[in-house]
Design a protein around this ligand. Structure first.
Ligand code: PMP
Length: 448
């Protein structure tokens, strides 16, 4: 007789595509029951430091009464108003204005989505419309970067360069192209930042020329690649790619779904790169994970071109829940928290995290440490000189994840033997030190 425990009900009824379909490799779900600040509690009553802020999203940390209040107040007052056409509510309007004011350059126009994938998907649609409006409908080819992640919808998955998001899904390939990753640690060209940057510029130029400059619609970049294993591009790489796109009139899209909202220090990572993208996608930290929401920001020229092209016609794009007032009320409160000290705390804690993880370099299993601010990774190897990955019996992401969990630490472990870190920006010094100390313990246990 099957047990009716939550884990059993989960196994029987709730689909988690990444793990549910693995059959005998299934380990069963771990159930969280609460959270406060940077810690979460599981159903067995254990308290863990959430070194991954949920899924790179709970930037403000758990248990913020002011966020709960903002949502409750909006629900009481007006739980829903469609953002589909010209109806609206105060919170999303104020939020759009606040984002436009804070975003780099003239990213003045905001379209709200439910998360990151549909934000990316929406940019693809807007960009196609833009080129039609400009009389260049042949510009229908898109370029992204190997190891990049841009979501799970069909079009976003097309840009995503992780094979698991294509294999078996029949994702259409004929409109999208990839350039090589800037992954410095295992770059076949070596780890000289200038060599890798020059090679990327040359490759993007060659790719645009090969496709045909009048066929390329846009180029997508994460300022730091997240799901590919926290891959930080060389200094100046993002700007070099942005400049090349400008030379060819190719739209440059910064996918800041992970890097936005203080994750790397500033509100948006593009601010550190000194660039203004033509479009930007955000989600996650926008509402700090309390409710779903994403946002597309576009520059004046993109907005005006689409508007001119549309004329009196309706642009047929929208979701029932775009510009949701409750999500917007939450995002406004989260923004107030960022500016009321959270960004500053994140910068302080981020410097401590980077220094702490750097101190692990002396460990025999640590091949690379990288990151910026509250976004980091430690890559494990068995031979530092040869950069040999961990053997298959140690490496599976689930084993490293389980070991960290036993030490009271939630981290993302990637299949390549990489620990990813994205703790809430509210972490105390003590919690940062614990993240580092518990990681060292996991590494020692893995060595045994
Ligand atoms: N873009 C990037 C850079 C992401 O990291 C993610 C999610 N990890 C997405 C898009 C998709 O966002 P969502 O999961 O909210 O749909």
């Amino acid at each position: 007789m099957l047990s009716n425990s939550l884990a059993e009900l989960d196994r029987r009824h709730l689909i988690h595509p990444v793990s549910s379909f693995r059959g005998h490799e299934q380990r069963g779900v771990r159930i969280l029951t609460g959270g406060q600040g940077a810690t979460v509690t599981d159903s067995e009553g254990r308290s863990l430091i959430d070194g991954f802020a949920g899924l790179w999203c709970v930037n403000a940390g758990y248990g913020h009464e002011s966020i709960v209040e903002a949502a409750a107040e909006q629900m009481r007052k007006l739980p829903y108003a469609t953002g589909y056409f010209d109806l609206g509510a105060e919170a999303p309007i104020r939020l759009a204005a606040a984002l436009a004011e804070r975003a780099p350059g003239d990213l003045n126009h905001v379209y709200f989505t439910l998360g990151g994938s549909d934000a990316v998907d929406s940019t693809i649609r807007f960009i196609r419309y833009y080129w039609h409006a400009k009389g260049q409908p042949g510009r229908d080819q898109f370029i992204s970067v190997a190891n990049g992640y841009h979501g799970s919808t069909t079009m976003g998955a097309g840009l995503t360069a992780l094979p698991g998001f294509h294999d078996g899904f029949g994702v259409p390939y004929d409109w999208q192209h990839k350039i090589s990753s800037h992954y410095l640690y295992r770059n076949p060209l070596g780890s000289d930042p200038q060599v890798v940057t020059d090679a990327s510029v040359a490759e993007l130029r060659a790719k645009i020329e090969a496709i045909g400059p009048d066929r390329v619609a846009a180029f997508y970049v994460e300022p730091i690649q997240g799901s590919g294993g926290v891959l930080v591009p060389p200094q100046g790489w993002v700007k070099a790619m942005r400049d090349l796109c400008a030379e060819y009139g190719v739209l440059f899209v910064a996918d800041e779904v992970i890097t936005g909202f203080g994750r790397t220090g500033p509100l948006f990572a593009c601010q550190d790169e000194g660039i203004v993208p033509d479009l930007m996608t955000t989600a996650k930290g926008l509402t700090s994970g309390y409710v779903p929401m994403g946002a597309v920001l576009m520059r004046d020229h993109v907005y005006e071109t689409i508007a001119d092209g549309a004329g009196a016609k309706a642009v047929g794009h929208g979701f029932t829940y775009s510009a949701h007032p409750v999500s917007a009320a939450v995002a406004l409160e989260v923004l107030a928290l960022y500016e009321g000290g959270l960004l500053e705390n994140g910068r302080r804690a981020g410097a401590r995290l980077q220094a702490g993880l750097e101190s692990l370099r002396d460990h025999p299993l640590v091949g690379d440490v990288r990151g910026r601010g509250m976004l980091a990774a430690v890559e494990l190897v068995v031979d530092k000189d040869a950069k040999t990955p961990l053997p298959p019996e140690v490496q599976p992401a689930t084993r490293l994840f389980d070991r960290a969990w036993e030490q009271g630490l939630v981290v993302r472990s990637f299949a390549q033997g990489i620990f990813g870190y994205a703790p809430p920006l509210c972490c105390t010094d003590e919690q940062i030190d614990q993240i580092v100390a518990r990681t060292r313990k996991v590494l020692d246990l893995t060595l045994e």
